[in-house]
Ligand binder design. Structure first.
Ligand SMILES: NC(=O)c1ccc[n+]([C@@H]2O[C@H](COP(=O)([O-])OP(=O)(O)OC[C@H]3O[C@@H](n4cnc5c(N)ncnc54)[C@H](O)[C@@H]3O)[C@@H](O)[C@H]2O)c1
Length: 412
């Protein structure tokens, strides 16, 4: 490590962190200084003038703001948060890993399996920490469902069904790069990778075979198109943008689907389904998990909502046999973002194991990318190619050796 390391108030060495890509999601870099690991944001990188101006507004003048990652990045940073568009993830993260800079890479890991495998190979070879921002594993509703399942509340999990109502879809995904296959591949990958990872986590296994159907049914017909130069999503977001056919300023190119449905075979008779619609009036996710001794379902996915469990035989009963309030504070996923950032920084500093798994992040991309292939091929099923055994072994060895590190050791 270079000489520019900063010292925290308690005299502890603070990790020097950069953020690469200063769009709307770069806000997670605000959490860097507020976790239990001493760390400080020192650099922000964005190729656009608007992005650099946002960086100055968001992070203040103490953070150096530049247009590109320089050659000496390994001397300047211990860790980087990569919040660039999905198709750039591998190209941005791999040189950082090669330079020894630990990477928090936003989900999805990449938009192709080839890029995922290159990322995994680089992480295994260099030993530099790589972490994928699957923050939903730190959302209270998900953690509570996982704990209930692990405690045997519904027996052995046999099937998981997730319906995702993306009520803000027009504003979130159809007014910028998210609407284009070349940047995201599919919204089954870009948006669903969260839920695919959650379903794999809840089931304790991942997708082996997938099939899907879907279409661009509403937004493709909207004629009002335009670029939003210099803006990010919160600048154009409004609940007043309703109904969907009345949307304005949609991205000039739209070639992703706005409705999609996929079926997954997770092996040994365990199955899952995921349905995503981008023009519903309401926004939330509803999971149903069916086991051999009952089923659970969430109503709402933030505090104020509940998880209900049915574990006795009877006819229709909305209330469930057990009701568990969803914990946490606030309506969005900020709390999960703080926990996720804390886990990443702790991992970089101490090698502590993480709830988030690199192989699972690849599994989520595999399911989403192959579902998109199936959807665009009349629903013909696709099989997920397994990761090479030697790569799994190298990744396992890497996580075991890093979890044996106990003292805060920023990379040197
Ligand atoms: N985990 C979550 O809940 C969550 C939520 C939102 C977004 N995301 C992810 O965060 C990432 C960013 O999404 P966003 O909504 O902030 O996009 P955005 O368009 O608002 O911002 C992207 C920024 O990256 C910059 N950029 C583009 N190419 C770059 C490069 N090569 N190097 C450096 N900067 C570059 C752009 O100029 C822009 O400022 C995506 O991968 C998205 O999937 C995750």
């Amino acid at each position: 490590m270079g000489d520019a390391r900063t010292t925290g108030t308690a005299g502890t060495t603070a990790l020097r962190v950069g953020v690469i890509g200063v769009g709307q999601r770069a806000e997670i870099a605000q959490h860097v200084g507020s976790t239990d690991t001493p760390a400080r944001l020192v650099l922000a990188v964005d190729p656009t003038e608007a992005g650099r101006a946002r960086a100055v507004r968001s992070f203040g003048r103490d953070v150096r703001v530049v247009a590109s990652v320089g050659d000496g990045i390994g001397d300047e940073l211990d860790a980087a948060i990569v919040t660039t568009p999905d198709d750039t993830h591998a190209a941005v993260a791999i040189p950082l890993l090669e330079a020894g800079v630990a990477v928090y890479l936003e989900k999805p890991m990449a938009i192709t399996l080839e890029d995922c495998d290159r990322l995994l190979d680089t992480a295994a070879r260099t030993g530099t920490p790589l972490y994928v921002g699957h923050n939903m594993r730190h959302m209270s509703v998900v953690r509570q469902m996982k704990a209930l399942i692990d405690d045997g509340a519904i027996g052995e999990v046999k099937s998981i069904w997730c319906r995702h109502f993306v009520g803000n879809g027009g504003d979130f995904y159809f007014k910028d790069w998210h609407a284009e296959r070349r940047h995201v591949n599919s919204l089954l990958l870009q948006k669903a990778s969260h839920d695919l990872d959650v379903m794999h986590w809840l089931a304790g296994r991942s997708t082996k075979r997938v099939t899907a159907l879907g279409a661009l049914t509403v937004y493709g017909a909207v004629q009002d198109r335009g670029m939003h130069e210099g803006q990010v999503m919160p600048d154009w977001f409004s609940h007043d943008n309703w109904p969907p056919e009345a949307q304005t300023g949609l991205n000039p190119v739209i070639d992703v689907e706005d409705v999609s449905m996929m079926l997954m075979d997770l092996g040994d008779g365990v199955t899952a389904s995921y349905e995503q619609c981008h023009f519903t009036p309401d926004y939330w996710r509803n999971y149903t998990v069916i086991g051999t001794r009952g089923r659970l379902e969430n109503f709402g996915d933030t505090p104020g909502g509940v998880i209900r469990i049915w574990n006795r035989r009877h006819d229709w009963q909305l209330a469930g046999d057990v009701e568990v309030p969803i914990e946490g504070e606030g309506a969005g996923h900020e709390q999960a973002d703080v926990r996720t950032m804390a886990e990443f920084l702790r991992h970089v500093a101490t090698g502590a194991p993480t709830e988030i798994s690199l192989i699972a992040a690849r599994d989520a991309v595999a399911a989403g990318a192959l579902a998109a292939d199936s959807l665009r091929d009349g629903g013909r099923p696709r099989d997920v190619p397994p990761l090479p055994a030697d790569l799994i072994a190298r990744l396992d060895a890497r996580s075991q050796s890093s979890s044996s590190r106990t003292t805060p050791v920023p990379r040197s």
